[in-house]
Design a protein around this ligand. Structure first.
Ligand SMILES: Nc1ncnc2c1ncn2[C@@H]1O[C@H](COP(=O)(O)OP(=O)(O)OP(=O)(O)O)[C@@H](O)[C@H]1O
Ligand SMILES: [Mg+2]
Length: 112
């Protein structure tokens, strides 16, 4: 099993969620996070003073799937999150050792 972790713009989440649902992946978690990437921040100018926001709001999506499904999840995220502009986000993939459905004690892929 793998966990796909994606940091995306807020606008990208709903299309990603809908397509994952249609593809048979209804299970995921999200959180609203703040982060910075290579640009480190955005400076806005207002009447002579400038304010730099070092952290930008992002949606963090966590989706644990069987190894064979990782590419489908990644492709779906890329399809909806890429605008070509800076700040589109990033995807990380990590290994998950075990999953257990609490209600039934099903384990591994069966629990997803
Ligand atoms: N190495 C990282 N570790 C943890 N979180 C990260 C990392 N890189 C990016 N993020 C998260 O992803 C969000 C979006 O990153 P962002 O798309 O700006 O990356 P970037 O490397 O600056 O690429 P780009 O040049 O396309 O903007 C960040 O605000 C942060 O929440
Ligand atoms: Mg950036």
């Amino acid at each position: 099993m793998k966990m796909v972790i994606a940091y995306t713009r807020h606008e990208a989440f709903e299309p990603i969620r809908m397509e994952l649902l249609e593809l048979g992946f209804p299970s995921l978690s999200i959180s609203e996070v703040k982060g910075s990437g290579r640009q480190k921040g955005i400076t806005e100018h207002y009447r002579g003073s400038s304010v730099t926001n070092y952290l930008r709001p992002k949606i963090k999506i966590e989706c644990v799937v069987a190894d064979k499904d990782v590419q489908t999840i990644v492709d779906t995220v890329l399809k909806h999150a890429r605008t070509g502009s800076i700040g589109d986000g990033k995807v990380f993939i990590s290994s998950i050792e075990e999953a257990i459905r609490i209600r039934t004690e099903e384990k591994g892929d069966e629990a997803l």
